[in-house]
Design a protein around this ligand. Structure first.
Ligand SMILES: [Zn+2]
Length: 189
C-alpha cells in the first residue's frame, strides 16, 4: 500500500473516477494520484468497461499547431486563462473546470471533441515549461496557442487564414462557433 490514509485514498479514488470519466489516460492518472498502477487499471476497467489504451503520451507541441486542434486548444485555453484569473482554482482542478467548459461549448456547437483531457493536461504542462505561448491574431484580435519562440508580431490565426483543405462548410461552421465562444469568454473577462 502506497497510501496510509484512508481519507486521502478515498479522495484519490474519487478524483481518478472523475478523470477516467472525462477520458484521462493512465499516465495522467498516475501523475495526478497516489494510487498504484494496479488499482488505477482496475478502476479504469470498472468505469469504462475496457482496458485503457496503450502507448505513449504525445511529447510534441506540433499537434497543437495544426489547424483544427489549434482552434480547439485555443478555445480550451480561453476558458483556462479566464478561470485562472477570476477564480481560486489551481492545478488539476483548474484544468478539469476549463475542460468541462470546453466540452459544454463543443456540445452546444454540435462539434466533435478534438481536444482530449489528456491533451489539455499535456498542453498546460507545455505552457508551464514555456514551450507554448498565446499569440494575438492581428486580424480578429483573438488569442491562439503558438510555439513559444515563434514571433507573435503579425500573427494571423487559423480562422482568419483558413487553409483550403479546411474550407468546407462544416469546418467553417465549427470555426465560427469556436471563434464566437472564445470571444464570449474574453468578453466576459
Ligand atoms: Zn484571427
Amino acid at each position: 500500500m502506497r497510501n496510509k490514509s484512508v481519507i486521502l485514498e478515498a479522495r484519490d479514488i474519487r478524483l481518478a473516477i472523475e478523470l477516467i470519466e472525462l477520458g484521462a489516460r493512465l499516465q495522467l492518472l498516475e501523475a495526478e494520484t497516489n494510487l498504484s498502477r494496479e488499482r488505477l487499471l482496475k478502476l479504469y476497467k470498472e468505469v469504462r468497461g475496457e482496458s485503457p489504451p496503450k502507448g505513449m503520451l504525445p511529447f510534441s507541441t506540433d499537434w497543437f499547431m495544426t489547424w483544427q486542434p489549434n482552434i480547439h486548444a485555443s478555445l480550451f485555453m480561453a476558458y483556462f486563462r479566464f478561470m485562472q484569473t477570476h477564480t481560486q482554482l489551481k492545478g488539476l482542478e483548474l484544468i478539469i473546470k476549463a475542460y468541462r467548459m470546453y466540452l459544454e461549448q463543443i456540445k452546444r456547437g454540435g462539434m466533435d471533441t478534438v481536444l482530449s483531457l489528456t491533451r489539455a493536461w499535456t498542453m498546460v504542462r507545455f505552457f508551464d515549461a514555456k514551450m507554448l505561448q498565446m499569440a494575438n491574431c492581428k486580424e480578429c484580435g483573438g488569442e491562439f496557442v503558438a510555439h513559444a519562440y515563434d514571433p507573435t508580431k503579425g500573427y494571423v490565426c487559423g480562422l482568419c487564414h483558413m487553409p483550403a483543405r479546411a474550407g468546407k462548410t462544416r469546418k467553417a461552421a465549427e470555426a465560427a462557433a469556436a471563434n464566437a465562444s472564445q470571444r464570449d469568454a474574453v468578453a466576459a473577462a
